[in-house]
Write a protein that binds this ligand. Sequence first.
Ligand code: PLP
Length: 405
Amino acid sequence: MKPVAKSSKLANVCYDIRGPVLDKARAMEEEGQKIIKLNIGNIAAFGLMPPDEIVQDMIRNLPDAAGYTDSKGLFAPRKAVVHYCQEKNIRGVTIDDVYLGNGASELIVMALNALLDNGDEVLLPAPDYPLYTAAVALSGGNPVHYICDESSDWFPDIEDIRRKITPATKAIVVINPNNPTGALYPESLLLQIVELARQHQLIIMADEIYDKTLYDGNVHTSIASLADDVLCLTFNGLSKNYRSCGYRAGWMIVSGEKRHAKDYITGLNMLASMRLCANTPGQLAIQTALGGYQSIKDLVAPGGRLCRQRDLAYDLLTQIPGVSVVKPKAALYMFPRLDPKIYPIEDDQQFAYELLAEEKVLIVQGTGFNWIAPDHFRLVFLPNSDDLAEAVGRIERFLSHYRKR
Ligand code: PLP
């Protein structure tokens, strides 16, 4: 048989969060080695289980959840999402504007596939959550990264966005709260992005999957609530705020200027139909979750487990020579910088490999998030305080050897 090659469509598609360094970690685990994993925001894997109410309702509903549903999803959870839009001040959303998916991921890929022709451009943050860059490439589009500025709390650089808009630009992706930086954008900044989208007729794709995972009493503004006259797609779901990554329950809201998007919406509906529907048990969890149980609040409040772990990781990392970190305001991640004068890293994937091999700590290299230089990495602060302190201690030891090379 001839060798079977992957499709050329995959030539520029890359998703390093689950890339070769993770394969190496798996191989080490198979040999019996114990690794501290700071690589994936899989909350339940760290003992932070979903709220009981959600689990109980899923169990109760399971016998009635064996059938397909409407391809956009069941009525009651979509209605719950409509109410959620009302709470977040996203106006004019009806049940027809809500699509349920197997996680937000499926809907993100669907939305980009339905939109892009070969050569169309999409503005994406750098650093980004790499699914977006991968999905744009898979859809035949060109990912164009705008810089988020570390010296300004990792906020998007509006002038850089403006410079990168071309006649081929179709959409701008805004990840707020941000993965991997933990940034949270103020309303004034969101308004500037909306204004650019308005001027250049760009679709706003807003990823708000961490919108309740907020520290220090911060509040989140949905960009769609500021953009009645711009077409907005907002992605969200239960994975993070409700610690239910494995239930694969997400949603997409279409809002704003929908009148001129009828053809696109027909495309979205067709793709939603092709995958028949999102898993029914996951859909049923959405209604219970949005009905009020929001215990992530306790975890992120001052003294809560996630808040303590964020503070601990920040305090320990910033004591290491040549390491600086913008303290996250939201989400589950930080994106530390390694001063290139002290750590002249040329290949940050190799750096991640060596850290894994020498200290059995798994992180993801910054270029895996389409960051522009090999001088950052992402750390997930989900492990409990003991493991986190141990992991950062090992990173410190590794870096002290690195400095002496
Ligand atoms: N969007 C962002 C910014 C994420 O960080 C993640 C997962 O880490 C997702 C989407 C995926 O969400 P889901 O589990 O709903 O597919």
